[in-house]
Write a protein that binds this ligand. Structure first.
Ligand SMILES: [Zn+2]
Length: 238
């Protein structure tokens, strides 16, 4: 997984471990102005000084992450993997699977982004990609399928000034911004995937779905779409 920065990635490694070991990250700035960044176990060296640079300028990476209460990509990832299988298990899937039309039709701008994320997650391939360009080919192909679905149903996503991960989290928690029908339909789309795909495939699908949802939010989606990988006019003509 590629995360926003290496500290978030490290934070997740720590979180997944069952042991109570605490790890420190050395933030000492070296003469070349680069941070030392060595990671070492607490209570291993005298006064917890860094064995590489000899300074004590380390932070407890687990605590550091906990203090940051704002939702980042790492937090959403954890929430998604916890919530989807749990909520899905308690759902009557025969009801929700038929409610796509009503969910989209009654969705406001925030809910459209949430639904776009869920649909992208269900649509995008979870296969391993060999290169950056492979990766984007797969992501854009899925984005084109989402656009085709929306254009067919005359659903218009208005261009949005930004993309807020908290919206996705809100839907996962059946929170305040994403109303129940939209939240449950979206989770039902994602839950099916959890039953039929490996953890690695789910991870790859999730990662691409975040990027696709961001693109749909920022670029919008309408019957005037004319993108290198999707032309609404050509799609409707076909
Ligand atoms: Zn150091």
């Amino acid at each position: 997984m590629k995360f926003m920065n290496r500290f978030n990635w490290i934070g997740q490694q720590q979180d997944d471990e069952d042991s109570n070991d605490i790890y420190l990250l050395c933030k000492n700035e070296l003469p070349n102005r680069i941070r030392c960044s060595h990671i070492y176990k607490k209570n291993t060296y005298v006064d917890d000084t860094c064995p590489v640079c000899g300074a004590y300028a380390a932070v407890d990476i687990y605590k550091d992450r906990k203090l940051d209460s704002s939702l980042n990509e790492n937090g959403l990832h954890r929430l998604f993997f916890e919530r989807v299988p749990k909520v899905y298990k308690e759902m009557d899937t025969s009801i929700w699977s038929s409610l796509g039309g009503s969910a989209w039709k009654s969705a406001d701008a925030n809910e459209q982004v949430f639904l776009a994320f869920c649909m992208a997650f269900a649509e995008v391939s979870g296969a391993l990609t060999k290169s950056e360009s492979d990766y984007w080919d797969v992501a854009l192909a899925a984005e084109a399928r989402v656009r085709a679905y929306l254009v067919d149903r005359k659903i218009h996503i208005v261009k949005q000034p930004g993309f807020d991960l908290a919206l996705i989290a809100d839907g996962m928690l059946a929170g305040r911004q994403i109303r129940s029908l939209r939240a449950h339909y979206g989770i039902s789309l994602c839950g099916t995937i959890f039953e039929t795909h490996s953890r690695a495939e789910i991870d790859r699908k999730y990662q691409k779905a975040v990027k696709i949802a961001e693109r749909l939010a920022i670029l919008g989606c309408s019957s005037r779409d004319n993108l290198p990988y999707f032309s609404a006019a050509n799609h409707l003509a076909a």
